[in-house]
Write a protein that binds this ligand. Structure first.
Ligand code: FMN
Length: 171
């Protein structure tokens, strides 16, 4: 897919087929996250990739909006330090947003769907992923082949009108 088509085709996919991702596909998605920009290039992230069904099921319980993880082909947990400083937390969150979207667009480019999940139960996430105490999972991004319909550029996305959002020169 062209980059522009991948950007327009990406949407949150919450129902997946049973088809696994190939190692090549997974490697491409992870490399996209690895290449993401970050503040001062500090790369605050670690990515824990999960493909085992039972582990995915357990991860789907970390937040009530994470049920879709149970049926995904893979999930990538976005792990950072549990920063004491609010500024560090804020910058890390911005950086993780960039890494997330980069992985999601790379997936869309391959026709692979993706979805976000917040994480509420840190103890559960930590146990399932075997994380050290000092780390937290900020978000989980899951991936798989869409069960509803293939990805294709969305002509009319559910967004505020472009002209309302974009301000030229002045507010
Ligand atoms: C920071 C963030 C957290 C999100 N958390 C969840 C979540 O916990 N569960 C979920 O199903 N979707 C989650 N979403 C997906 C949004 O609901 C979705 O991106 C938004 O409705 C726009 O739809 P689209 O991604 O299909 O364009 C999250 C998205 C973002 C950016």
């Amino acid at each position: 897919m062209e980059t522009w088509d991948a950007i327009r085709a990406r949407r949150n996919v919450r129902e997946f087929t049973d088809q696994p991702l190939s190692e090549r596909e997974l490697a491409r998605i992870l490399e996209a996250g690895w290449r993401a920009p970050s503040s001062r290039n500090w790369q605050p992230w670690d990515y824990v990739v999960v493909t085992a069904r039972e582990q995915l099921r357990e991860l789907s319980e970390v937040w009530r909006g994470g049920g879709h993880i149970a049926h995904a082909a893979a999930a990538v947990a976005l792990v950072v330090d549990d920063y004491a400083e609010a500024r560090d937390r804020e910058i890390a969150a911005y950086d993780l947003g960039q890494a997330s979207l980069q992985m999601m667009v790379a997936a869309a480019d391959l026709g692979i769907g993706s979805g976000h999940s917040a994480v509420a139960d840190q103890d559960l996430a930590r146990r399932v992923l075997g994380l050290p105490e000092a780390k937290i999972v900020r978000y989980i991004i899951d991936f798989g082949h869409p069960a509803d319909r293939p990805l294709k550029p969305i002509r009319k996305p559910n967004r505020r009108p472009l002209e309302e959002v974009v301000h030229r020169d002045h507010w």
